[in-house]
Design a protein around this ligand. Sequence first.
Ligand code: ATP
Length: 224
Amino acid sequence: MKAEPMTRNGGKIPGATLQRLPVYLYRLKAMRNQGVGRVSSRDLAAQLKIKPSQLRRDFHHFGGFSRPGQLYNVCHLIQRLEEILVLTEPVEYVIVGVGNLGQAIAAYSRFEADGFRLAGLFDINPKLIGLNFRGVEVKDLELLPALVKEREVGLGIITAPPEAAQGVADLMVSAGIKGIWNFAPVNLQVPESVALRDEFLSVGIMSLHYRVCEPGRLNDGEVA
Ligand code: ATP
């Protein structure tokens, strides 16, 4: 299993910083694609609409942008960010539940560009098994443990219905998956050693709708 992202001091990256690093990586890759070779913290912060001091504080964890006016090599910053985010080689993931949402995630080509490779699609519906999405065949869920072990897959996405999600999570965990992105609207129990991220889409749209209906509270950060 891969190492956890560490700072130059050997500590873990704070959660809030970790949320921002992929945004910096996106922006820097876009700059590289536009042929930009060097950038200052001020310019990058302006493009991201954040304070330069915030950017420098975040980069300080891994030794970039130590001086305000100085120009930094874009490719080098990308490389450091990819190292810190443990993205130096492709990361494989599987999807369980190949319904509308599972198929939409499987079709999302951006993940490939970000370094995440779809290793397997699993379902229990015989009508779906054997179908092909982006070159990956849907397999019977029973075959998940073998594939996870064979390819050392670290990440699993659950897009099965809520009543099936805990069983799927248990299977993923026993197969060796270390991180679960759960889209089923149910709270899952997983061992502490497994990272769990819930993405309850209905909660998202309900919260947004509520904020729209309560203009006085809009964007105060308490409602969402
Ligand atoms: P979506 O919710 O993505 O719109 P859907 O409405 O087609 O999809 P759901 O009932 O939510 O269907 O199920 C999503 C997928 O999960 C389906 O393809 C279904 O066959 C599959 N599924 C159901 N139970 C399990 C299970 N125990 N393990 C794996 N996959 C399952």
